[in-house]
Design a protein around this ligand. Structure first.
Ligand SMILES: [Zn+2]
Length: 236
C-alpha cells in the first residue's frame, strides 16, 4: 500500500490501518516535517515529533501501533511527475491524502496509468468526501471533478479543516483501501460525502464518463505532463 501524504488524512488512515489487525506493507511518502500548528489534525504525531520527518515518524508509529503487523517505510520526497507512476506501479493500492487539488489529479492519473486502484479523500472545513477508483473499471476522479480547479476554489490548507472531519474521512479511506485489497472492487466508483456538523452522510454511485480524459473512450491522458498539474502552490 502506498500512502501519499502523512498529513491529517494520512495520519487518520494510518491509525485505522494500524488498529485493523491486518498484516500490511505500507510506504508513506511526504516531503515535510511535523509542525506544531498541525498537531490537532495530524493525530499520529505529538510534541516530540515536531521538526522531524512526517514520513519517517509516521512509518515508525504505524509499525509500533500495529504491534509489528505493519511493515512501514517512510520516504522523504514529494510525489511528482517524475516518480508518481513508478510509485503507483510498485504498490497494490494507493491511498491519496494530500490537500492540494493538483496532487489529487496527479495521483489519479498516475494510478490509472499504472493500473493500480486508488482511494481519494478531501476535506474543507466540516465537509468531506471520499471515493475509491479501480482503473478503467469504475469511475475515476476525473469522471467526477474533471480537472484541477482554477484559483478561486479553496483547498483545505487555505480554508482550514476540522480535525474530526479529517479523522472520519481518513478512516473511511483506510476501510475502502482494505476492501480493495480483499477483492471487493465493487466499493470503487462510489462517492461518499460526509458533513461533520450534522453527522449526515450521502453515498452515490458515480458512472464512468464517456468523455473522461483519463478513462473515457477517447482518453487523452497517456503520460504525466508537468503542465497539467501546475496550479498555484499553497502552504501545506
Ligand atoms: Zn474517468
Amino acid at each position: 500500500m502506498l500512502v501519499i501524504g502523512a498529513g491529517g488524512l494520512g495520519c487518520a488512515a494510518g491509525i485505522a490501518l494500524a488498529r485493523s489487525g491486518l498484516e500490511l506493507d505500507v510506504t508513506l511518502v511526504d516531503p515535510d516535517r511535523v509542525e506544531r500548528s498541525n498537531l490537532h489534525r495530524q493525530v499520529l504525531f505529538d510534541d516530540r515529533d515536531v521538526g522531524h520527518s512526517k514520513a519517517e515518524r509516521a512509518a515508525e508509529k504505524l509499525h509500533a501501533l500495529s504491534g509489528g503487523a505493519i511493515t512501514a517505510r517512510g520516504v522523504i520526497d514529494r510525489v511528482d511527475v517524475t516518480n508518481a507512476e513508478q510509485l503507483a506501479r510498485a504498490h497494490d493500492v494507493v491511498v491519496e491524502g494530500t490537500d492540494r487539488h493538483e496532487s489529487k489529479f496527479l495521483a489519479a492519473d498516475a494510478a490509472a496509468l499504472a493500473r493500480t486502484p486508488v482511494v481519494h479523500a478531501g476535506v474543507v472545513r466540516w465537509a468531506g468526501w471520499a471515493m475509491a477508483s479501480t482503473p478503467f473499471e469504475s469511475a475515476c476522479l476525473r469522471c467526477v471533478f474533471e480537472d484541477v480547479p482554477s484559483g478561486e476554489v479553496e483547498t483545505c490548507s487555505e480554508a482550514g479543516v476540522i480535525g474530526p472531519a479529517v479523522g472520519v474521512m481518513g478512516a473511511l479511506e483506510a476501510a475502502l483501501a482494505v476492501q480493495i485489497l480483499e477483492g471487493r472492487r465493487e466499493v470503487a466508483g462510489v462517492l461518499h460525502r460526509f458533513d461533520a456538523r450534522t453527522a449526515s452522510a450521502r453515498t452515490s454511485r458515480v458512472k464512468s464518463r464517456a468523455s473522461c480524459p483519463l478513462c473515457g473512450e477517447r482518453a487523452t491522458i497517456r503520460a504525466l505532463d508537468r503542465e497539467r498539474y501546475a496550479a498555484p502552490a499553497c502552504a501545506t
